[in-house]
Design a binder for this molecule. Structure first.
Ligand code: GTP
Ligand code: SPV
Ligand code: MN
Length: 596
């Protein structure tokens, strides 16, 4: 039974094929309306998978199965005919083999369930930078999240028309229901049956077995990064794991900054940061993904392809990120947060004292004396971007905003200073290519291990990372003197006893202001082996209580530690073989000679 068909034959055919394979009980085409959202939420409340929150209007809490709490990089594939197209940083299987395995899993996988067809746009509908995706899913939780995270609706089908292009995104939680079988509150498949697969040659996404985040909301990492990065390389634009913000100086000069940090390393927080330097203003354009194109004036323009935030909950508070907190008052979905006795959510690091009693993310009684956390470390909120009090008025401008500054970074307890600037574009690409960070709970795997995560794209680049480095070099050549200036930051330095050296959050504006001043030729810097570094006098520290020793430590370049870093970078670069750009080899040689 189906409620609709589109005017697009190719789409109708695909929907039919999928329904033959997955054998759902019903097919439902989503229209993106509030009525539809409410109906699905009510359905999920009635089956006990959604918990309405007394304290937040139209907001709901979900608890996932403990095995399905984050992206699964080990189960994520870039499937190309030749393994060299996927490159050394991606899991690879031949399309014929992976498709055969997955078809077996998809066979009858939607039995007892409804198959939802979600037409969505990444980017403002009709923007020259936007792309249309169609997600087929058997999860109403995914439908509601997609309503917030993307632009869903019949308008998308109108733009698609009879023969427009779309990116097919097939998703199943992989949990068919036999007649009479009772459903669980978070159905999914066991780990060994989860597959998050990408077929870049066909712009095709197949996801099976997980209902969580980037595994299931296929517009996000799968489409807007893995598939889009391949399209961007092909078509000469950029799809990056970057926040976008607008910083306005007291004089009214606007700077647009795009920053790439790995998962759970501070993008959402920086994107809506409240500057502690008087007179400076920050507005959020996007918090996770940036699509960028060179326009006729020769500059690079960025849009946020998403419509919502899927943000890390723990650590979010009025103290650290007030603008995120104010975005969460209503119309939100919370996943794996704790539930308080008065019907609100709670997580570690929220303002005030912990509740005396709560229900933890696993559904068990919790009190502060328990050694387990109440909210999962990768608990998330899904919130409409429009609800952010500092959302930039141009956040939906189909033309995008012109980027002045690129920032790379990661979570490093040691070695890497608070902020430094690349000597030139190639050196900036080198900084991106060598970015490293301690792993976080955003992926299922070990936490706190240092790994190279070039451009924060290791889990998200849909093709050979060596070719991706070359694409960055090519973009720089095209942009010439209109190219953004490139910087590298580390908010996460710690003392040996584990204390943060830098206050972070709103005080990160101090590093951003130095960058803006550098762009305008107004701030000084020291030439060091790793790049330009601010001297204490170059950076505004007014009103900040930080010891001289701490700031000296934050701005130090320890050559002996950097020589060890170079050895690791050499090993990292070696894996790309003949796909590795010569100009980055040259950068490595220059760094070595500067280190002496
Ligand atoms: P994804 O959504 O996974 O891509 O993460 P993200 O890059 O948006 O990270 P987010 O801003 O959500 O921050 C992740 C965690 O780092 C949160 O617990 C934050 O509180 C913490 N964090 C963010 N910025 C800072 C900072 O400047 N200093 C410190 N110490 N912690 C920070
Ligand atoms: C990330 O892990 O970088 C995220 C969360 O933004 S997810 O959507 O799960 O990928
Ligand atoms: Mn992210």
């Amino acid at each position: 039974m189906t409620n609709f068909t589109s005017k697009n034959e190719k789409l109708n055919q695909w929907v039919q094929e999928v329904s033959k394979m997955c054998t759902p009980d019903n097919i439902y085409w989503c229209n993106g309306t509030k009525e539809e959202y409410d109906k699905l939420m009510n359905l999920m409340v009635s089956t006990n998978s959604a918990i309405p929150l007394n304290k937040r209007k139209n907001s709901f809490l979900f608890r996932s199965t403990p095995s399905d709490v984050a992206r699964v990089e080990d189960r994520t594939y870039i499937s190309t005919e030749d393994q060299s197209e996927a490159g050394p940083t991606n899991n690879w299987l031949k399309p014929s083999e992976l498709k055969a395995t997955m078809k077996n899993l998809y066979n009858g996988c939607m039995k007892g369930r409804t198959m939802y067809v979600i037409p969505f746009s990444m980017g403002p509908i009709g923007s020259p930078l936007a792309k249309i995706g169609i997600e087929i899913t058997d999860s109403p939780y995914v439908v509601c999240n997609m309503h917030i995270m993307t632009r869903v609706g019949t308008k998308v089908l109108e733009v698609l028309g009879k023969d427009g292009e779309f990116i097919p995104c097939l998703h199943s939680i992989g949990a068919p229901l036999e007649p009479g079988q009772k459903d669980v509150s978070w159905p999914c498949a066991p780990m060994e049956k989860k597959y998050i697969s990408h077929f870049p040659a066909e712009n095709l996404i197949w996801s099976y077995g997980s209902g969580y985040g980037g595994n299931a909301l296929l517009g996000k990492k799968c489409l807007a990064l893995r598939i889009a990065s391949v399209m961007a390389k092909r078509e000469g634009w950029m799809a990056e794991h970057m926040l976008i913000l607008r910083l306005t100086s007291p004089e009214g000069r606007q700077y647009h900054i795009a920053a790439a940090f790995p998962s759970a390393c501070g993008k959402t927080n920086l994107a809506m940061m409240q500057p502690t330097i008087p007179g400076w203003k920050c507005e959020c354009v996007g918090d996770d993904i940036s699509w960028m194109k060179v326009k006729s004036d020769g500059r690079l323009y960025a849009i946020n392809p998403e419509a919502g935030f899927f943000g890390v909950a723990p650590g979010t508070s009025y103290n650290s990120n007030p603008m995120a907190m104010d975005s969460l008052k209503e119309n939100c979905i919370f996943t794996n947060c704790a539930l308080t006795d008065d019907g609100d959510i709670w997580w570690e690091g929220m303002d005030g004292a912990p509740p005396k009693h709560a229900i933890d993310w696993k559904g068990n009684d919790w009190s502060p004396d328990k050694k387990d956390v109440a909210a999962h470390a990768n608990a998330r909120f899904t919130a409409p971007a429009a609800q952010c009090p500092v959302i930039c008025k141009d956040w939906e401008n189909p033309e995008g905003v012109p980027i002045d500054i690129f920032v790379f970074g990661g979570r490093r307890a040691s070695v890497v200073p608070l902020v430094h600037q690349a000597y030139n574009w190639d050196h900036g690409v080198f900084l991106g290519a060598t970015a490293a960070s301690e792993t976080t709970a955003a992926n299922i795997g070990s936490i706190g291990n240092l790994r190279r995560d070039p451009f924060a794209m290791k889990p998200f680049c849909g093709y050979n990372m060596g070719d991706y480095f070359q694409h960055w070099i090519d973009m720089g050549d095209r942009l010439g003197d209109k190219a953004p200036k490139i910087f590298y930051v580390n908010w996460f330095r710690k003392t040996e006893s584990g204390r943060w050296l830098w206050p972070g959050f709103g005080d990160n504006s101090r590093a951003l202001k130095w960058m803006c001043d550098r762009v305008d030729g107004k701030a000084g810097a020291l030439e060091t082996p790793i790049g330009f570094l601010p001297r204490i006098s170059d950076i505004n520290l007014e009103g900040l209580s930080i010891s001289n020793d701490d700031i000296l430590e934050l701005l130090k370049v320890d050559s002996s530690l950097w020589k060890l870093e170079v050895q690791d970078i050499e090993a990292h670069f070696a894996q790309f073989g003949n796909r590795f750009p010569d100009r980055l080899k040259k950068q490595l040689e220059q760094l070595k000679s500067r280190l002496g």
